[in-house]
Design a protein around this ligand. Structure first.
Ligand code: GTP
Ligand code: NA
Ligand code: MG
Length: 408
């Protein structure tokens, strides 16, 4: 796969912490806007993402309603977080929810930078916060550990430059990079139906550049991007890696945590099919993720005494290879299993193939071709089996052997 230029990208920083410890106020102050005041009851209901510029360096902040939303993203394998800012109110210290946030950050493998907030309050107890942190195995740098603890007041802005500098240093150590020319992929942070714009999704681009007009598959929705807005609600035409944007043009409302990817315009039918399958799956749960056989062995060991289809996707290096494979596989007749090639094409295994295989319960035969980077990881995520071959008789022998051996 041609990934294009690999460029440094801004860090994606998720702000976590106990309720009312000041996450939204902190992000709000950093972007000098006024999000917290506009919230109903001052409780964050949704994930919000903003990009800021500090001395010429961009940082992307994701403000969460709490650890649950973060955990959800992580559980869905869609975590985009590079660094966690753990907000701990100095008058309150580490609370049970703070401990859960620490666990989530660790499970996600994200380094933690602590923002000790509300130091302006008379009740602030810095030593207690440091002790609480040490008790969680977050030994502060000032005590000889390696956890950065930055004192801040989100309310009056104290320490915010320090915090941003610390975050930039932490990000630098990670050497974050992403291809910029490639078709985009990323994650849906949240989505809703807008009166005027229809389904709108808050997404964050992980890799590549997203453009108006791109065909996007996002969870159970798909569509050509009709309009795109940045975190200031300004209309934009393209979004490079780590940019949070709202997009309009999807045919349905996706879910928080759904991954999205850009497909070639030609793949519109695949996009529609996969999206529709997921809609059905979501509605009826008839086709649960683990409901159907995924590997050849699982398929064959699931004896039902009826004729079943073994759906295959064939990807190969040349039209001649495909012709030969179709011919050879066509000779493999079996009483109980009917081999069915649902898709065949010249070229490496790509994301569309994997999505198609995932929705159809198919196995992918890769003949003289390799899976593209993103396809391989996607296959792992979607539990799709990709079987690679270089010799045509190995394909048929393998499948015949499996048919005969396992169906005896
Ligand atoms: P949830 O989203 O509900 O979990 O809360 P949050 O962590 O986003 O906290 P939020 O920003 O809503 O702040 C909670 C309260 O703490 C508000 O009344 C803020 O004004 C106040 N607050 C936040 N930061 C500071 C600070 O540095 N000093 C003082 N004195 N108050 C603060
Ligand atoms: Na709050
Ligand atoms: Mg909040």
């Amino acid at each position: 796969e041609e990934l294009g230029d690999i460029q440094p990208r801004p860090p994606i920083i998720t702000v976590l912490g106990h309720v009312d410890h000041g996450k939204t106020t902190l992000v709000d102050k950093i972007r000098s806007a006024n999000v917290a005041k506009g919230e109903a009851g001052g409780i964050t209901q949704h994930i919000a993402a903003y990009q800021v510029d500090h001395n010429g360096h961009k940082l992307t902040f994701v403000d969460t309603p709490g650890h649950a939303a973060f955990g959800e993203m992580r559980a869905r394998g869609a975590n985009v977080t590079d660094i966690v800012v753990l907000v701990v109110a100095a008058d309150d210290g580490v609370m049970p929810q703070t401990v859960e946030c620490i666990a989530h950050a660790r499970a996600a493998g994200a380094p933690i930078v602590v923002a000790m907030n509300k130091i302006d309050l008379p009740g602030a107890n810095e030593q207690k916060v440091l002790t609480d942190l040490a008790n969680q195995n977050l030994l502060p740098v000032e005590w000889g550990g390696d956890t950065e603890v930055v004192r801040v007041s989100a309310l009056n802005g104290t320490g915010l430059d320090n915090l941003l500098e610390t975050l930039l240093v932490t990000a630098e150590l990670k050497e974050l990079k992403a291809p910029t020319d490639a078709p985009a992929d990323g994650v849906c942070l949240e989505a809703f139906r807008d009166e005027g714009r229809g389904p709108v999704a808050w997404i964050i681009v992980r890799r590549g550049t997203l453009r108006v007009g791109d065909l996007v598959l996002c969870g159970p929705s798909f569509g050509f991007i009709r309009a795109m807005y940045n975190d200031r609600d300004e209309e934009i035409s393209e979004a490079p890696p780590a940019t949070p944007v709202r997009v309009a043009g999807l045919n349905a409302v996706p879910n928080a945590g759904d991954t999205f990817l850009v497909l070639a315009d030609d793949d519109i039918d695949i996009a529609r099919e996969v999206a529709e399958t997921r809609q059905v799956r979501g509605r009826t749960e008839l086709l649960s993720r683990r409901g159907g056989p995924r590997t050849l062995e699982e398929f064959l060991s699931k004896k039902e005494g009826t004729i079943r289809d073994l759906p295959l996707i064939v990807k190969a290096d040349t039209p001649g290879s495909i012709e030969a494979l179709r011919h050879e596989l066509g000779k493999l007749q079996h009483d109980e299993v009917r081999i069915q090639i649902i898709h065949e094409a010249v070229g490496g295994v790509n994301e569309s193939d994997v999505y198609l295989a995932s929705s159809a319960g198919a196995i992918i035969i890769a003949f003289h071709v390799v899976p593209e980077d993103r396809a391989q990881s996607l296959a792992e995520q979607e539990e799709v089996e990709i079987r690679r071959y270089n010799i045509i008789y190995n394909v048929t022998d393998d499948i015949r052997g499996a048919l005969e051996g396992l169906l005896k």
